[in-house]
Design a binder for this molecule. Structure first.
Ligand SMILES: Cc1cc2nc3c(=O)[nH]c(=O)nc-3n(C[C@H](O)[C@H](O)[C@H](O)COP(=O)(O)O)c2cc1C
Length: 180
């Protein structure tokens, strides 16, 4: 798929077919994700690949528990049914105070790379500044060292749904020439 088409057609996928995803394909995605920009070129990333049913269920439970009331429509139960979940983590020491940005940029690259290879995925936060317990519980669950912070969790697999068309916000209202 041509690069622009990858960007334009990527959508969040929350239903997956049962098909397994080989480790080699996950390694290709991580190989691409590590090309993302990072503060001071720290490349602080660690990627934890989660396939165990028990771990997926624990993640869903933690994510649901930290879900604020206004976002209850986005229940995390579907995490249990994803063939795998990639936790994108960053090493604080190599993040230069930009943990979230570093993690999010690698995640964006990972999402596009996954879509380009026909995989469905969706962005989910593993870190919330106003709820530090979320990242902390995830860190403990997966034996992540104290100086490494989980930033996102990305369930992925072969898509089992075609999302309804998305209405994009108006381009003219977003662009401001010289001044807002
Ligand atoms: C910071 C952030 C947090 C998100 N959190 C969730 C989430 O907790 N659960 C979920 O199902 N989707 C989550 N999403 C996915 C968004 O709902 C989705 O990107 C948005 O509705 C636009 O749809 P699209 O990705 O198909 O273009 C999140 C996306 C971002 C960028």
């Amino acid at each position: 798929m041509e690069f622009e088409a990858v960007i334009r057609s990527r959508r969040s996928i929350r239903r997956f077919r049962g098909e397994g995803i080989p480790d080699s394909l996950v390694a290709e995605l991580v190989d691409l994700a590590r090309h993302a920009p990072s503060s001071m070129n720290g490349q602080p990333w660690h990627f934890v690949v989660v396939r165990s049913e028990e771990s997926k269920a624990r993640l869903a439970e933690i994510k649901n528990r930290y879900c604020p009331p206004e976002k209850r429509a986005y229940q995390a139960d579907f995490l249990r049914r994803a063939p795998l979940i990639v936790l994108v983590c960053v090493d604080r020491e190599r993040s230069y105070g930009r943990e979230v940005e570093n993690g999010v940029l690698a995640t964006a690259t990972l999402l596009l790379a996954a879509h380009r290879r026909g995989l469905g995925a969706v962005y989910m936060s593993a870190y919330a500044a106003d709820a530090p317990g979320l990242a902390e519980e995830i860190r403990q669950l997966f034996g992540i060292p104290a100086g490494v912070v989980p930033i996102t969790m990305i369930p992925m697999g072969r898509p089992g749904e075609v999302p309804a068309a998305k209405q994009l916000s108006n381009l003219e209202k977003m662009i401001h020439l010289e001044r807002f």
